[in-house]
Write a protein that binds this ligand. Structure first.
Ligand code: BG6
Length: 478
């Protein structure tokens, strides 16, 4: 649909940005925090920096929130580090960890910025992994329940928007990359068991939020990559549907309806990979009624037919930031991915596709009829301070302008979208490329090789976004 006027955003739209504890905080051994599995995983990503310092938000809370306020934010999405709150297997609450997040939340509230809090963003405490068996074991369910209840009780008086598990679908689809497959002998089978346990943790969090947080709302955070068929060949359309099911729909159906779809049950049976579903599990999943979808969307994919006899090819992410390294996977009998000649790409081969944003919102609204907020979307780039001491990130401004415009178009189409929180507020650690791949509206003066003065420098995109926010999405400064 084309419209005669620019989109109009709701008056109470939440404009902000996003981060995750392990990627932004640093201070990994301070305030009683114990290590998380992702700390160890980030150490394997050399030559990029690990997460021990990153943006050092742990020591810059007041300054960072003041910058958010200066930009005009009405929301900020961040995550809580489980091992700051519960550092050991005795389950004792760490008062210093609670105090840290209280100081952040209080600072946000004082600046009229709505906190949006992720409970789990890849950073399982090492003690959960080593002493309880991590995601492989059902013992994690009670430990997670204890942790989230502590968070709801400690922060629920001020935090009303909660997010359960970040990109569970990506953790299962790309288990190796994110370190979730650690210790698995047969990942293709065991991942569905891990996934079921994650679903139970998500469900417990939803139930506990509604029980403990007056007026609290909670949703999952799928990573969504719209998938287009490569051509109008009917086989390509089915391949696109297969890709959609196996990377996204299986999760979204479960969150929305509290049950496993016929598609996934049949898939498990055909491959003899049924997870261990015990009495009471399905009742718990059914009882977990989410309030909204939080959606992360950066790019799109193209799928095409892949015959059963074709050779299997594993997906390989671009880890260098030099275009052309991404390897499109082939899953014989299911689908294969391919390049899209109609869109540009970033230096990491991520498709730059603003229409994907509108597509996602339309698709999710049509399927689930739940409010949605964007919790990640952004442009990763190599960046260094210019001679004038500034960052002129025009490419990021163009990216954000087009993406946000398409959020507006989806709202014009009738979708219920309540907020936009791009990745990321400050530069922070990328999952695979340390500080070499920067997303922030605010530059952090540090590199992978050396920790510098960690000075905060507002990029051009900061000023552009600030103007857009202050006009509630009317001043596009084209
Ligand atoms: C999202 C994750 O999938 O993508 C973030 O939730 C991540 O944690 C972001 O940082 C961007 O990915 P990357 O690999 O460029 O850091």
């Amino acid at each position: 649909m084309y419209y005669k006027k620019d989109p109009v955003f709701p008056a109470d739209f939440l404009w902000g940005a996003s981060s995750a504890a392990w990627q932004v905080e640093g201070g990994v051994a301070e305030g009683g925090r114990t290590p998380a599995i992702i700390d160890l995983n980030s150490k394997t990503k050399k030559p990029y920096a690990d997460n021990s310092v990153t943006a050092d938000h742990y020591h810059h809370v007041k300054e960072d929130v003041a910058l958010m306020a200066e930009c005009g934010f009405s929301s900020y999405r961040f995550s809580i580090s489980w091992s700051r709150i519960i550092p050991r297997s005795d389950g004792e609450v760490n008062p210093e960890g609670v105090a840290f997040y209280n100081s952040l939340i209080d600072e946000l509230v004082a600046h009229r910025i709505t906190p949006i809090v992720t409970l789990y963003h890849y950073d399982m405490p090492v003690w959960v992994d080593e002493e309880l068996g991590g995601w492989h074991s059902r013992r994690v369910i009670d430990a997670f329940d204890h942790y989230v209840r502590v968070c709801f009780n400690a922060f629920g008086d001020r935090v009303k928007y909660w997010l359960s598990i970040n990109e569970q679908n990506m953790q299962i689809c790309y288990g190796k990359w994110l370190g979730v497959d650690k210790g698995c002998k047969d990942w293709e089978k065991e991942k569905w068991q891990i996934n079921h346990i994650m679903n139970l943790c998500h469900a417990k969090a939803v139930v506990a939020c509604h029980e403990l947080v007056p007026g609290g709302k909670i949703g999952p955070v799928p990573g969504y990559v719209p998938i287009y068929p490569e051509s109008c060949r009917p086989e390509d359309q089915i391949a696109a549907m297969n890709a959609e099911e196996l990377t996204e729909k299986i999760w979204n159906d479960l969150y929305a309806y509290g049950e496993y779809s016929g598609f996934v049950r049949k898939y498990w049976r055909d491959h003899d990979i049924d997870p261990d579903i015990r009495p009471g599990d399905m009742e718990l999943l059914k009882a977990a009624k989410i309030d909204f979808f939080a959606l992360n969307c950066y790019r799109s994919n193209v799928a095409k037919d892949c015959k059963p006899g074709d050779a299997h090819t594993e997906l390989q992410l671009n880890k260098s930031g030099v275009k052309g390294e991404f390897v499109y996977p082939k899953y014989p009998g299911e689908y294969q991915l391919a390049a899209n000649p109609f869109v540009e790409t970033t230096d990491w081969d991520w498709e730059i596709d603003p229409i994907a944003m509108r597509y996602m919102l339309r698709y999710m609204w049509d399927h689930y009829h739940l409010p949605m907020m964007i919790t990640e979307n952004g442009f990763g780039a190599h960046e260094t301070l210019g001679e004038d001491g500034r960052i002129h990130d025009q490419a990021r401004i163009d990216f954000l302008r087009q993406q946000i415009y398409q959020v507006g178009m989806a709202i014009m189409d009738g979708c219920d979208v309540i907020g936009y929180n791009p990745w990321s507020f400050t530069d922070l650690l990328s999952t695979g490329n340390g500080m070499a791949k920067r997303y922030g509206l605010v530059f952090i003066n540090t590199t992978d090789e050396d920790v510098l003065d960690l000075r905060r420098v507002k990029k051009d995109s900061f000023y552009w976004y600030s103007n857009l926010i202050r006009s509630n999405g009317q001043d596009w400064q084209r």
